[in-house]
Design a binder for this molecule. Sequence first.
Ligand code: PLP
Length: 454
Amino acid sequence: MDFKTLSFPDAPLIKVAPPGPKSKEYLDYQSLHEGAAVSYPKGMPMAIRRAKGATVEDVDGNLYIDFFGGAGVMNVGHSNPEVIEAASEQLVDLTHSLDIPNPARKTLVEVLVSLLPESLNKLFFGGPTGSDAVEVAMKLAKYNTRRIPMIAFEGAYHGMSAGALSLSSGLGFKEDFLPLVPEVHFVPYAYCYRCALGKKPDTCDLDCAKYLEHILGNPHSGVGKPAAVIVEAIQGEGGSIVPPDEFLPEIREICSRHDVLMIVDEVQAGLCRTGKMFAFEHTGVIPDIVTLSKGLGGAGFPISCIAYKAKLDTWPQGKHIGTFRGNVIAYAAGRAALNFMVKNNLTDHTLSLGNSMLSWLREIEKESNIVGESRGKGLMLGAELVLDKDSKEPAPELANRVRTFCHRHGLMIEIGGHYSNVARFLPPLVLTEELALKGIEIYEDAIKDTEKSM
Ligand SMILES: Cc1ncc(COP(=O)(O)O)c(C=O)c1O
């Protein structure tokens, strides 16, 4: 399929400086009646009218290239016609069923089971968001091991509900609400640009992973034997951090050696985002439990689920319940999205376009004084902004400036990172090379403009 047909042909097109007058009306109304914690429109002030493929139209008629993808949700593109058709057909027949089986649910399970490794053949639908999948994964691990401690990584983001927030490292999100779930311990991720152990890739023997071994093996580490280690195969909100190839296999081995379960959180990196159906597939590792959400609803319909090994299916009926365990429209939309991914070889497109984009980003980095590192895999990319390339002092205010410039010139991007200084690119995977190039040009202008302002 020619992905070009999926997006608005004229994007980017700025008719009136955003936020235009109509957007302003929506934003004013929002701040009048919605809580101050509303977040995204503060960074990208706009109101959205509609969206298609890898493009978005605001209520003032401005067209944007979308490198944000609804925070990595819109993998097969906004309003993907095949997904919308499947969801529309489903709307007429059935829209809610708790966890009572129905044809839409069965077909989604069939497709998912056919795509997952054979040993991850038990699925469980949680509440509607990625955080819910993380909650279920943690509960299942605790139930099976009868242990309370959990290990997560510095820079991890697993969600906002109490358990998921406990497993997330960002203090800005959690410090006002502590204590949350007890006994969560954090170890360094393989963030080689800022190695926690002061190593350089050529002097390091996966020392961060070995630190986990040390904690698990040392009776005086102060950390009780955990139920599970939860890890992102590529850190998303942490700043598109790709660990060395051997990192995940090493964590897997350590977990197995110490009889600790391994949860891989694929909420963001899963479903083709990194150029494989699941990001852990880059490494050959098979986790014990995998979390999925975001792209699983096909067109942004909320749904989450975990996949796990059958031997962990020890819990009895009703141990984890809820009104929205799965979502019938999302099953239909998700099944259509997964079919679209497979039929159109979306993994290959994502990998090759991602490689091109990464090489363009690295060219820009070479010419720039403020881009410390450009990185990522597939279409989960990022550029870490610093005040100085030698000191690597993080520059979150420059990242904000870059985002604002991009937005004003018709490109939506996200900001993340351990220090909130990473410009993140998570476009719908149906992005074309032409749109990718136009978007990267806007980003390049943003970097140059930001440098001039310093
Ligand atoms: C890796 C990961 N896990 C969990 C979540 C939480 O998902 P949600 O925001 O749908 O609760 C996110 C959200 O960005 C995520 O990136």
